[in-house]
Design a protein around this ligand. Sequence first.
Ligand SMILES: *Cc1c(COP(=O)(O)O)cnc(C)c1O
Length: 544
Amino acid sequence: MSPDERKPQLVADWQSLQRIFIRPEDEASKKTLVKYMEQILFGLHDFLNQHVGVTEEISLVRLAEEYTDTIINKNPQKKLGDVISDIINEIAPRAVNVASPYFIGHMTSAIPFFMVHLKAITAALNQNVIKLETSKVLSVLEKQILAKIHRLIFKFDHAFYDTHVQNVDTSLGVFTTGGTTANITALWVARNRLFTPCSGFESIEKDGLLKAMKTHDLERIVILVSRRGHFSLKKAGGILGIGSDNIIPVDVDDHHRVDLKKMGRMLHECHLDPHTRVAAVVGIAGATETGIVDPLPALADLCDRYGIHFHVDAAWGGPVLLSEQYNHLLTGIERADSVTIDSHKQFYMPMTSGMVYFKDPHVMDHIVYHASYVNRPGSVDLGIKTLEGSREANSLILDSALKIMGTRGYGLMIDHGIRTARHFADEINKRDMFDLVTAPELNILTYRLIPPSTRQRLRQADPDLKTEINQQLDRINITIQRRQREAGKSFVSRTRLKIRPEDHHDIVVLRSVIMNPMTHMGIILEILDEQEAIFESLKERLSE
Ligand SMILES: *Cc1c(COP(=O)(O)O)cnc(C)c1O
């Protein structure tokens, strides 16, 4: 936008810099700032509530045309108030309204209103928990909240937590930027644990992968996980030098959980091969695409038998532990060596925050790092055992949120999601036009639109015709998902998976994630109706 010619030119000089940088002391400017905050808190909130649709109808191509200027201005263009207004009026309408109860396609959703306050407080304090010198009590608080969640997962006794809650030599876990870095951290520890010191070799961390492999006479390190494992595990494979192809996908069974027979067989084969070592088995507690929980106790048994690090990726499902009604679904998680939980998912925290937990309070010593200006040896700084360097004090937000909501408050949201997803599945089973593909074990389900006549044809078709019909259905479901998204009122996502393990091909499925407590069955009926209506309009166009 061109600057208004009548307005005085804004300048960047020392005087105005001081005015911008330092908190204003006089009453008039305080009032102005409070007014801005009101705009952010309520203007944005009202906007999101008035526009229940998920996004403005504008194509990405047209949008991109408006964002091509690549020169940074020398002089200031706008005052704070104008910038905030612009964000509310121009950016927000073109962003995605993830807070809409009609937005049921992804793991990003509405957050409780108070999170905005807590986020603002962490920004105002601007503590850096990399070291005590820039965080002090926030480092102590982080250890406390980590112990609280650790206790929720592993349920050790009082004495254990008394020993470790503020122990500067041990770590129960760490906050990360998200599930990806939490998984990488867990597998980093698992990889390093494999390589015990021997003469001429200290650790893989110090000596490097090549020497580690040579010293231990190994050719391959692998990590086994269900085919439904999150792609962050592959990234971990790449970064850790294991190789993303050595993150071995194991097929799922009829219930879309990892196939235990196949897992057992593969572990046995690896065990027999003297040049292959398994760094970890990963169990999923809430698969990203299906919400399915792997059979954790059986996986723990297998890991016990072969002495393998057992990691549970509970990035999505972890907070189900807070639900009295459904926490039994995660039974076996307490047997994990490490557990990932995202706080920006079902802990309903703002982007970005994750956590990783370790059962053994000493095991993070495998990734300890020191630097002479911070984090000196013997240091109690949290940054000595983290992938990340500087970090915000996300523990303050989680701690406060748990105080405001209690486990019961969180439990209500978890229960609502799971219950609503199950009613959603019942509705799909009731309707002729849809097939449920994966039933919601937690609050995620997948399904596809399939006209009754096609269902009939599919049943009687030979394999070639089946493939052809499925490809046709794929195109239909892709179009429905895209049209619904483009219409901007509601949103479900889509992915590809096999209906049955013995199938030769993936099919396209619509995927729904129910985490917004404002999403109710009325909304879900509307969304399904809209999908049927889109299909009817497609059919008409085809027959024209
Ligand atoms: C979301 C998710 C991740 C990755 O978490 P990010 O916070 O997006 O990095 C890993 N595993 C599972 C099961 C997830 O659902």
